[in-house]
Design a protein around this ligand. Sequence first.
Ligand code: BEZ
Length: 273
Amino acid sequence: MLNPAVDRMNAKPFKIFPPMPHQHWNTTLYDRQHQFVWQYGESLIEWLAPQPGEHILDLGCGTGHLTAKLAEKNVIVSGIDADPAMIAVAQQTYPNISFAIADARQFELPAPVDAIFSNAALHWIPEADAVIASVYRALKPGGRFVAEFGGKGNIHAMMTVLFRTLKQLGYPDCDRWNPWYFPSVAEYATCLEQAGFEVTQASLFDRPTPLQDGDAGLRNWFRMFANGILSNIPADQQAQAIEMTEAQLKPVLYKDSGWTADYRRLRVTAKKV
Ligand code: BEZ
């Protein structure tokens, strides 16, 4: 079993971080309406090229579906995630895989691993240097770090309109509620190199992502992923903010009875040298 980092809070050399900003995860909605989060990540397994018998960590594993895909490659895989609800579902769904609650900024493993894999998690953690330092420590020499997450320009239209709307509704300082980190290739590669990694591949690309549930797709996305922002305002204004945002985004992101999120992905592989 993994040792959750929380058990080792006082071990050096970790800086102690405050808890992650508030974001409530509805795991049922996450699995039912947003499967694309892990389904798109499946192709990242090719970048990882897992070899039978390797020890691999899935960092920010969510409900564990990609962790289970990795397990099919005959590797010894475990998953960590900061959200207890996500880990509870992962443990229940895949009882043969080891999962633990841990903070990506300050986790520690019982033994170093061959590779660390991460899909659609790191855009939730602005403290990239801390994550990268933890990843570096947890890898064997020569170990690989393979990650995909939102990159520079991700959800640009969605974010711009949402924050503009919140300002119109009387929240001029709402930018400070933004929980997301979308770096460029240069920015993230620099962080990796400064930590001692060699960056072996990196790419930033558009991935327009169709949302499920027709007309309700964008609304559901905001309720699922932006609740840490919206929960700062009263419920009636949340509904108003979403309606106003939808109206402004409709000409840009709605076509043929469905919404498409303006995702951009950053993919990197790096080697611990
Ligand atoms: C993303 O996968 O790009 C993403 C998901 C939730 C919030 C922000 C970005």
